[in-house]
Design a protein around this ligand. Structure first.
Ligand code: SAM
Length: 266
Protein backbone atom coordinates (compact mmCIF):
# COMPACT_ATOMS: atom_id res chain seq x y z
CA UNK A 1 0.00 0.00 0.00
CA UNK A 2 1.38 3.42 -0.90
CA UNK A 3 2.28 6.05 1.68
CA UNK A 4 2.33 9.87 1.54
CA UNK A 5 4.24 11.36 -1.42
CA UNK A 6 4.54 7.89 -2.87
CA UNK A 7 3.46 7.30 -6.48
CA UNK A 8 1.86 4.00 -5.50
CA UNK A 9 -0.62 5.99 -3.38
CA UNK A 10 -2.10 7.51 -6.54
CA UNK A 11 -2.56 4.03 -7.94
CA UNK A 12 -4.11 2.71 -4.70
CA UNK A 13 -6.81 5.34 -5.17
CA UNK A 14 -7.32 4.89 -8.89
CA UNK A 15 -7.02 1.13 -9.46
CA UNK A 16 -10.53 0.62 -10.80
CA UNK A 17 -10.70 3.82 -12.87
CA UNK A 18 -7.10 3.31 -14.07
CA UNK A 19 -8.02 0.82 -16.75
CA UNK A 20 -10.35 3.24 -18.54
CA UNK A 21 -8.17 6.31 -18.01
CA UNK A 22 -4.91 4.98 -19.36
CA UNK A 23 -6.03 3.05 -22.40
CA UNK A 24 -2.98 4.49 -24.18
CA UNK A 25 -0.76 2.56 -21.77
CA UNK A 26 -2.47 -0.61 -22.92
CA UNK A 27 -1.82 0.30 -26.57
CA UNK A 28 1.87 0.89 -25.76
CA UNK A 29 2.13 -2.45 -23.98
CA UNK A 30 0.59 -4.11 -27.01
CA UNK A 31 3.24 -2.57 -29.30
CA UNK A 32 6.02 -3.58 -26.90
CA UNK A 33 4.80 -7.17 -26.70
CA UNK A 34 4.35 -7.28 -30.49
CA UNK A 35 8.08 -6.47 -30.76
CA UNK A 36 9.21 -9.40 -28.60
CA UNK A 37 11.19 -12.12 -30.36
CA UNK A 38 9.06 -14.98 -31.64
CA UNK A 39 9.78 -17.20 -28.65
CA UNK A 40 7.72 -18.78 -25.87
CA UNK A 41 7.88 -17.09 -22.48
CA UNK A 42 6.67 -19.63 -19.96
CA UNK A 43 7.75 -17.64 -16.89
CA UNK A 44 7.05 -13.92 -16.81
CA UNK A 45 7.95 -11.33 -14.19
CA UNK A 46 6.08 -8.03 -14.48
CA UNK A 47 7.74 -5.25 -12.46
CA UNK A 48 5.40 -2.36 -11.56
CA UNK A 49 2.71 -4.57 -13.09
CA UNK A 50 -0.28 -2.47 -12.04
CA UNK A 51 -3.39 -4.09 -13.47
CA UNK A 52 -1.22 -6.27 -15.72
CA UNK A 53 -1.66 -4.81 -19.22
CA UNK A 54 1.71 -6.10 -20.43
CA UNK A 55 1.46 -9.56 -18.93
CA UNK A 56 -2.04 -10.06 -20.28
CA UNK A 57 -0.73 -9.26 -23.76
CA UNK A 58 1.97 -11.92 -23.32
CA UNK A 59 -0.62 -14.39 -21.99
CA UNK A 60 -2.70 -13.73 -25.12
CA UNK A 61 0.28 -14.87 -27.25
CA UNK A 62 0.12 -18.23 -25.51
CA UNK A 63 2.66 -20.39 -23.70
CA UNK A 64 2.71 -18.52 -20.37
CA UNK A 65 2.60 -20.90 -17.41
CA UNK A 66 3.79 -18.82 -14.44
CA UNK A 67 3.55 -15.12 -13.65
CA UNK A 68 5.07 -13.06 -10.86
CA UNK A 69 3.56 -9.58 -10.63
CA UNK A 70 5.38 -7.00 -8.51
CA UNK A 71 3.70 -3.75 -7.44
CA UNK A 72 3.37 -1.99 -4.07
CA UNK A 73 -0.27 -1.13 -4.80
CA UNK A 74 -2.51 -3.97 -3.60
CA UNK A 75 -5.64 -2.50 -5.26
CA UNK A 76 -3.84 -2.59 -8.65
CA UNK A 77 -2.82 -6.22 -8.02
CA UNK A 78 -6.43 -7.09 -7.17
CA UNK A 79 -7.56 -5.87 -10.61
CA UNK A 80 -4.70 -7.86 -12.20
CA UNK A 81 -5.79 -10.98 -10.28
CA UNK A 82 -9.28 -10.53 -11.76
CA UNK A 83 -7.85 -10.62 -15.30
CA UNK A 84 -5.70 -13.65 -14.54
CA UNK A 85 -8.71 -15.51 -13.14
CA UNK A 86 -9.85 -16.03 -16.74
CA UNK A 87 -6.65 -18.06 -17.31
CA UNK A 88 -6.66 -20.77 -14.63
CA UNK A 89 -3.79 -22.62 -16.33
CA UNK A 90 -1.50 -19.68 -15.55
CA UNK A 91 -0.04 -19.90 -12.06
CA UNK A 92 0.10 -16.35 -10.68
CA UNK A 93 1.95 -14.94 -7.69
CA UNK A 94 1.23 -11.23 -7.16
CA UNK A 95 3.53 -9.57 -4.64
CA UNK A 96 2.69 -6.20 -3.05
CA UNK A 97 6.28 -4.99 -2.75
CA UNK A 98 8.72 -2.54 -4.33
CA UNK A 99 10.41 -3.39 -7.66
CA UNK A 100 13.65 -4.53 -6.06
CA UNK A 101 12.16 -6.43 -3.10
CA UNK A 102 10.26 -9.31 -4.71
CA UNK A 103 13.01 -11.86 -4.11
CA UNK A 104 12.50 -13.75 -7.38
CA UNK A 105 15.29 -16.32 -7.80
CA UNK A 106 18.22 -15.52 -10.12
CA UNK A 107 17.47 -16.49 -13.71
CA UNK A 108 13.94 -17.73 -12.93
CA UNK A 109 12.12 -15.92 -15.73
CA UNK A 110 12.11 -16.16 -19.51
CA UNK A 111 10.82 -12.60 -19.72
CA UNK A 112 10.81 -9.56 -17.42
CA UNK A 113 8.54 -6.68 -18.45
CA UNK A 114 8.12 -3.22 -17.01
CA UNK A 115 5.59 -0.91 -18.65
CA UNK A 116 4.97 2.72 -17.67
CA UNK A 117 6.32 2.12 -14.18
CA UNK A 118 10.12 2.54 -14.25
CA UNK A 119 9.77 6.33 -13.99
CA UNK A 120 7.97 6.00 -10.64
CA UNK A 121 10.72 3.91 -9.07
CA UNK A 122 13.14 5.61 -6.67
CA UNK A 123 16.22 3.78 -8.00
CA UNK A 124 15.70 3.21 -11.73
CA UNK A 125 19.11 1.59 -12.45
CA UNK A 126 18.53 -0.84 -9.56
CA UNK A 127 15.14 -1.79 -11.02
CA UNK A 128 16.75 -2.51 -14.41
CA UNK A 129 19.52 -4.55 -12.75
CA UNK A 130 16.80 -6.49 -10.93
CA UNK A 131 15.05 -7.27 -14.22
CA UNK A 132 18.35 -8.43 -15.72
CA UNK A 133 18.99 -10.58 -12.64
CA UNK A 134 15.64 -12.38 -12.64
CA UNK A 135 15.77 -13.44 -16.31
CA UNK A 136 17.75 -16.48 -17.34
CA UNK A 137 20.79 -16.06 -19.58
CA UNK A 138 19.30 -15.59 -23.06
CA UNK A 139 16.04 -14.35 -21.52
CA UNK A 140 14.37 -11.08 -22.51
CA UNK A 141 13.87 -7.77 -20.69
CA UNK A 142 11.20 -5.46 -22.18
CA UNK A 143 10.59 -1.88 -21.08
CA UNK A 144 8.13 0.88 -21.93
CA UNK A 145 8.45 4.34 -20.36
CA UNK A 146 7.72 8.01 -21.00
CA UNK A 147 10.30 9.34 -23.43
CA UNK A 148 12.38 12.46 -23.99
CA UNK A 149 10.25 15.58 -24.51
CA UNK A 150 7.09 13.82 -23.29
CA UNK A 151 3.98 16.01 -23.21
CA UNK A 152 5.70 19.42 -23.47
CA UNK A 153 2.39 21.28 -23.97
CA UNK A 154 1.25 20.13 -20.54
CA UNK A 155 4.63 20.84 -18.95
CA UNK A 156 4.53 24.42 -20.26
CA UNK A 157 0.90 24.85 -19.21
CA UNK A 158 1.57 23.71 -15.65
CA UNK A 159 4.78 25.71 -15.28
CA UNK A 160 2.87 28.84 -16.29
CA UNK A 161 0.23 28.18 -13.62
CA UNK A 162 2.18 28.82 -10.43
CA UNK A 163 4.28 26.80 -7.99
CA UNK A 164 1.75 24.14 -6.98
CA UNK A 165 0.74 23.21 -10.52
CA UNK A 166 4.42 23.42 -11.50
CA UNK A 167 4.93 20.24 -9.50
CA UNK A 168 3.04 18.39 -12.22
CA UNK A 169 5.23 19.95 -14.93
CA UNK A 170 8.37 19.06 -12.98
CA UNK A 171 7.13 15.51 -12.48
CA UNK A 172 6.46 14.98 -16.19
CA UNK A 173 10.00 16.17 -17.00
CA UNK A 174 11.62 14.07 -14.28
CA UNK A 175 9.71 11.01 -15.50
CA UNK A 176 11.45 11.06 -18.89
CA UNK A 177 13.50 7.97 -19.69
CA UNK A 178 15.78 8.83 -22.59
CA UNK A 179 16.95 6.26 -25.11
CA UNK A 180 20.61 7.08 -24.43
CA UNK A 181 20.27 6.70 -20.67
CA UNK A 182 18.28 3.48 -20.96
CA UNK A 183 20.70 1.90 -23.45
CA UNK A 184 23.64 2.69 -21.18
CA UNK A 185 22.03 1.29 -18.03
CA UNK A 186 20.84 -1.82 -19.83
CA UNK A 187 24.31 -2.46 -21.25
CA UNK A 188 25.93 -2.13 -17.84
CA UNK A 189 23.32 -4.56 -16.46
CA UNK A 190 24.50 -7.20 -18.95
CA UNK A 191 21.68 -6.74 -21.48
CA UNK A 192 22.24 -6.71 -25.24
CA UNK A 193 19.80 -4.62 -27.30
CA UNK A 194 17.33 -6.45 -29.52
CA UNK A 195 15.39 -3.29 -30.41
CA UNK A 196 15.31 0.16 -28.81
CA UNK A 197 13.11 2.95 -30.16
CA UNK A 198 11.04 6.02 -29.39
CA UNK A 199 7.67 7.06 -30.74
CA UNK A 200 5.92 10.42 -30.80
CA UNK A 201 2.14 10.58 -31.04
CA UNK A 202 -0.25 13.50 -31.03
CA UNK A 203 -3.64 13.39 -29.41
CA UNK A 204 -6.62 15.74 -29.32
CA UNK A 205 -8.80 14.93 -26.31
CA UNK A 206 -11.56 16.52 -24.24
CA UNK A 207 -9.71 18.48 -21.55
CA UNK A 208 -11.57 16.68 -18.77
CA UNK A 209 -10.24 13.33 -19.97
CA UNK A 210 -6.62 14.42 -19.49
CA UNK A 211 -7.54 15.98 -16.13
CA UNK A 212 -9.10 12.64 -15.10
CA UNK A 213 -5.89 10.92 -16.16
CA UNK A 214 -3.85 13.22 -13.92
CA UNK A 215 -6.27 12.48 -11.05
CA UNK A 216 -5.50 8.78 -11.63
CA UNK A 217 -1.71 8.89 -11.79
CA UNK A 218 -0.40 12.07 -10.14
CA UNK A 219 -2.35 12.90 -6.99
CA UNK A 220 0.63 11.90 -4.83
CA UNK A 221 2.37 15.10 -5.95
CA UNK A 222 0.18 17.06 -3.55
CA UNK A 223 -0.08 14.54 -0.72
CA UNK A 224 1.67 16.96 1.66
CA UNK A 225 -1.26 19.39 1.43
CA UNK A 226 -4.40 19.31 3.57
CA UNK A 227 -7.27 17.55 1.79
CA UNK A 228 -9.23 20.71 0.83
CA UNK A 229 -6.10 22.23 -0.71
CA UNK A 230 -5.39 19.01 -2.63
CA UNK A 231 -8.91 19.13 -4.03
CA UNK A 232 -8.39 22.79 -4.94
CA UNK A 233 -5.16 21.99 -6.83
CA UNK A 234 -6.87 19.24 -8.82
CA UNK A 235 -9.68 21.66 -9.69
CA UNK A 236 -7.09 24.20 -10.85
CA UNK A 237 -5.39 21.55 -13.00
CA UNK A 238 -8.76 20.79 -14.59
CA UNK A 239 -9.47 24.48 -15.16
CA UNK A 240 -6.03 24.96 -16.77
CA UNK A 241 -6.66 22.11 -19.24
CA UNK A 242 -10.10 23.51 -20.11
CA UNK A 243 -8.68 26.99 -20.68
CA UNK A 244 -5.95 25.60 -22.95
CA UNK A 245 -8.40 23.77 -25.22
CA UNK A 246 -8.54 24.81 -28.87
CA UNK A 247 -11.69 26.42 -30.34
CA UNK A 248 -12.98 22.94 -31.25
CA UNK A 249 -13.06 22.18 -27.51
CA UNK A 250 -10.19 19.68 -27.63
CA UNK A 251 -6.88 19.81 -25.76
CA UNK A 252 -3.90 18.87 -27.92
CA UNK A 253 -0.79 17.26 -26.53
CA UNK A 254 2.11 15.20 -27.75
CA UNK A 255 3.34 12.15 -25.97
CA UNK A 256 6.65 10.39 -26.39
CA UNK A 257 7.41 6.83 -25.38
CA UNK A 258 10.66 4.96 -25.05
CA UNK A 259 10.65 1.24 -25.86
CA UNK A 260 13.42 -1.27 -25.29
CA UNK A 261 13.70 -5.00 -25.83
CA UNK A 262 17.00 -6.56 -24.74
CA UNK A 263 18.45 -10.00 -24.13
CA UNK A 264 20.47 -11.09 -21.11
CA UNK A 265 23.91 -12.03 -22.26
CA UNK A 266 24.08 -15.82 -22.27
C1 SAM B 1 1.27 3.89 -14.64
S1 SAM B 1 1.18 2.41 -13.68
C2 SAM B 1 1.69 1.20 -14.88
C3 SAM B 1 1.09 -0.14 -14.58
C4 SAM B 1 1.20 -1.17 -15.68
N1 SAM B 1 2.54 -1.69 -15.80
C5 SAM B 1 0.68 -0.63 -17.01
O1 SAM B 1 1.40 -0.71 -18.02
O2 SAM B 1 -0.47 -0.18 -17.04
C6 SAM B 1 2.62 2.50 -12.64
C7 SAM B 1 2.67 1.39 -11.60
O3 SAM B 1 3.94 1.46 -10.96
C8 SAM B 1 3.75 1.08 -9.62
N2 SAM B 1 4.89 1.50 -8.82
C9 SAM B 1 5.13 2.71 -8.28
N3 SAM B 1 6.27 2.69 -7.57
C10 SAM B 1 6.77 1.44 -7.69
C11 SAM B 1 7.94 0.77 -7.19
N4 SAM B 1 8.82 1.42 -6.43
N5 SAM B 1 8.13 -0.53 -7.49
C12 SAM B 1 7.24 -1.20 -8.28
N6 SAM B 1 6.12 -0.61 -8.78
C13 SAM B 1 5.89 0.68 -8.49
C14 SAM B 1 2.43 1.74 -9.26
O4 SAM B 1 1.86 1.21 -8.08
C15 SAM B 1 1.61 1.50 -10.51
O5 SAM B 1 0.86 0.32 -10.44
Amino acid sequence: MGTANDPAASFDRSAIAYEQLVALNRAGSRRLVAALPDETFARVVDIGCGTGFATMEVVARGGVREVVGVDPSRPMLDVFAGHLAAHPAVNADLRAVDAVSAGVADGWADLAVCTMALHWMPDRPAAIREMARVVRPGGIVALLAPGEGHDRPTVDLMHAAGPLLSRLGDSIVSNEITLGWLSGVMASAGLEPVDTWAEVRERAVPPDSIADRMDAVATHLWDDLPAPQQADVLTRVRTAFRAAADPDGLYRYRFVKTFAVARRVA
